[in-house]
Design a protein around this ligand. Structure first.
Ligand code: GAL
Length: 726
């Protein structure tokens, strides 16, 4: 086991990517370093204005435009995590093709004159399936994730060394754009859980980092060890600065994650952070001495396929400055203006030490950076209300939560004031009559599966789903027979179950899991892992069939209050009818017939598709195939799935993601109050799903696996154009 390695590299990988100097032992180079004020590139202090763009969340054809717009908006750096789970889905089988072509992504950044920060992790959090770790780690004996555990460290080290060797030509000392690297991510979140073992592991990570001979500094956000620069994450970093400087007097103040918005989860409203607040946070940080800001996310993009973490929507828009489709927003334009000023006066900022705060009031403060010719002043109001104060013997009005930037005493930028020319508004608009044919085919219950495809497992107790599916599919069927003595109204309970259950009794659909689900569910024996359904059943024997749907794996220990290796799906506990535990045998069947025979791709040719009819709309377990011509109107394109309920979608054989039209009835997290705002309460969390331009053809097929029932004839292809502002 585990010896055969297969590599899928992009065509252009060999041999051009190997630049001179590769494979030669490198001295720690002087190309990139740091002092207490800033990162030094070729000995020069550099103000890093960086944006997170995750290569796998867009397509390669989008990259040049994303980079061009980033550069134009004043960034000088792009940051990305590396997704081990996507590159090595199967152990020993490496994939760096298409949107996983990390090397190419960094080269495109370089072509646009952008540096790259590579956050290798390999644990990355990032709302990606399993926090970026391959799910096969769960099958390695004696595994414990992100602590001092030999199997974990062995696997991590193998991957990290491989990845670093692959990317080495692009490290700055070899003439490439990569200036900083990160191993691990926010260890502080779990440090208490692992105590001494955790610290031991972190030291091992540092040693691993040193032994890689990267020749560039290592960073580690929220919980670094010796040998790495400690960096900050959050909505505001200025408030952490004093403590940071106290603890790390020799390090610059770098902010790895300035959250530009927040991610969305199904069943909860869309999250918004205002452009003014993001600009305030950046200006306030730089004023106080920060010299590196990375916007997380700068472009959030899309969680294609089954790549989203538990409950995370397919869209990873994040309310970022570049929207999901890569288009500029008001936030981008407002920040671009700020970047312009910060860049113009970067030398002034960096040749000075951190300015000392000058108090203007209880929550108002000024910082001044001066040279012979210029002064740059930041007048900061941290209060939630506007206020007047005196500056240079003059009265100034400071808007609520704002920074005014003054150049030689004149107002150059007000973080709270958005120029009307910077305001962008977009709305999805349906393109008429593009869809020419809608047909369907049924997905059978396991009892009706073709024998050749069946792999039913029978056991006394139900088996945990991931042990059967290895996360190669979201779906797993559970069946059992049980009896009721009289006609009964009762409660069917699943105790020890995750995530969504569709309940069928005697082949008929009866119920589904109520929404919203909770993101951080606590321990497995807690109430979040019990689901109950009210059913009315006639006396006699019944067959209970459950379609268990996994909604992505967790991104970190705290979501289940246990080591990530414990992650579970499906039914691992028991089922009860009222107070009676249902006695086995249970039978379990992983997957769907349509998945196994690829109804959405080549297998679709063998399916006896039926013409759409109203009766078929409401039925659960339907495969729908929609055909449409290439849109002639300018993109980007999305599909409006507002008339469907829950399932998975494929465009020309490629999975564009899970869809779920669950209404956003969930309550917003209280710790983000006054920073993040809810939008679209009670509407579906996500209605429009990105159709990447690159994946379209002259004639297209969109295949939907609809779990619950919907009207696919109302599905439409949309564009998302800029609209007039009223
Ligand atoms: C941070 C984490 C990121 C991402 C972010 C929220 O704590 O480091 O990977 O998960 O939160 O979007």
């Amino acid at each position: 086991m585990f010896h055969q390695y297969t590599y899928t590299f992009p065509d252009h990988y060999f041999p051009d990517h190997y630049r001179e100097g590769f494979c030669v032992f490198m001295e720690i180079s002087s190309t990139v370093g740091y002092d207490s004020r800033a990162v030094l590139i070729h000995g020069q202090r550099t103000l890093l204005l960086s944006g997170a763009i995750h290569y796998a969340r867009s397509t390669p054809a989008m990259w040049p435009e994303l980079m061009r717009q980033s550069k134009e908006a004043g960034l000088n750096t792009i940051e990305t995590y590396v997704f081990w789970n996507l590159h090595e889905r199967e152990r020993g089988v490496f994939d760096f093709s298409e949107r996983l072509d990390l090397f190419r992504f960094c080269e495109v950044a370089e072509q646009y004159g952008l540096y790259v920060i590579l956050r290798i992790g390999p644990y990355v959090c990032a709302e990606i399936n399993y926090g970026g770790l391959p799910t096969w780690l769960r099958d390695v004996p004696d595994m414990a994730i992100r602590t001092y555990n030999q199997p974990f460290m062995r696997e991590k080290e193998r991957w990290v060394r491989f990845l670093v060797d692959y990317m080495r030509p692009l490290l700055a000392p070899n003439g490439g754009p990569i200036i900083l690297a990160q191993l691990e991510n926010e260890y502080e979140n779990i440090a208490n859980r692992y105590g001494a073992d955790g610290q031991h592991y972190l030291r091992w990570v540092s040693e691993l980092g040193q032994s890689l001979n990267l020749g560039i500094p290592l960073v580690m956000c929220e919980g670094a060890t010796a040998g790495a620069i400690e960096t900050m994450n959050g909505y505001y970093a200025h408030s952490m600065l004093e403590q940071h400087t106290f603890q790390h007097p020799d390090q610059p103040a770098l902010w790895t994650e300035n959250w530009t918005g927040w991610y969305d989860t199904y069943g909860y409203p869309h999250h918004i952070r205002t452009p003014q607040d993001v600009a305030y946070a950046v200006a306030r940080f730089v004023a106080a001495g920060g010299t590196g800001v990375n916007y997380y996310m700068w472009h959030g993009g899309t969680n294609f396929g089954r790549e989203a973490m538990y409950l995370q929507t397919t869209s990873y828009d994040f309310n970022a400055p570049l929207d999901e489709f890569g288009q500029p927003t008001t936030k981008l334009r407002h920040l671009a203006h700020l970047h312009q000023i910060l860049t113009d006066y970067a030398e002034l900022l960096l040749t000075n030490e951190r300015a000392q705060p000058q108090s203007l009031g209880e929550m108002q403060v000024a910082y001044t950076y001066a040279s012979e010719h210029y002064t740059l002043t930041f007048l900061c109001n941290d209060a939630p209300l506007p206020t007047n104060c005196t500056w240079n013997e003059e009265q100034v009005s400071l808007p609520a939560h704002s920074v005014l930037l003054l150049v030689n005493g004149r107002l150059a930028f007000n973080t709270s004031d958005i120029a009307t020319t910077h305001v962008v508004q977009r709305d999805a608009q349906p393109l008429e009559q593009l869809i020419s044919e809608v047909v369907w085919s049924a997905e059978p219950l396991p009892s009706a599966w073709p024998t050749a495809l069946r792999s039913i497992v029978t056991a006394d107790k139900p088996r945990e789903q991931l042990a059967l599916t290895h996360d190669n599919t979201d779906y797993c069927w559970y069946s059992i027979t049980f009896s009721t003595l009289a006609d009964e109204e009762g409660i069917l309970s699943l105790i020890g179950f995750a995530d969504v259950a569709h309940i069928f009794i005697d082949g008929q659909f009866y119920a589904t899991t109520p929404t919203p689900l909770i993101e951080n569910r606590g321990s497995f024996d807690g109430s979040a892992f019990t689901q109950s359904f009210s059913l009315s059943l006639a006396a006699g024997e019944h067959e209970l069939t459950i379609l268990s749907c996994a909604m992505g794996l967790i991104k970190g220990d705290w979501m289940i209050n246990a080591n990530m290796v414990q992650e579970r799906k499906g039914l691992w506990g028991h089922a009860r009818w009222n107070s009676t535990v249902l006695e086995g045998p249970w039978s379990m069947q992983p997957g769907l017939v349509g998945e196994q025979t690829a109804f959405f791709a080549a297998g679709g040719a063998l399916v006896d598709w039926q013409l759409a009819s109203v009766e078929a709309f409401e039925k659960p377990l339907r495969w729908w195939r929609l055909t449409f011509e290439r849109p002639q109107t300018a993109g980007p394109y999305a599909v409006d799935l507002g008339s469907m309920q829950k399932g998975m979608a494929w465009l020309n054989g490629r999975c564009i993601g899970r869809y779920w039209l669950a209404a956003a009835t969930g309550e917003h997290e209280s710790w983000q109050k006054n920073i993040i705002f809810a939008q679209g309460t009670d509407d579906p969390t996500q209605r429009y799903y990105h159709l990447p331009y690159e994946w379209l053809q002259d004639k297209n097929t969109l295949v939907l696996f609809e779990e619950l029932g919907g009207d696919p004839t109302s599905v439409s292809i949309c564009t998302v154009p800029e609209t007039e502002i009223n």
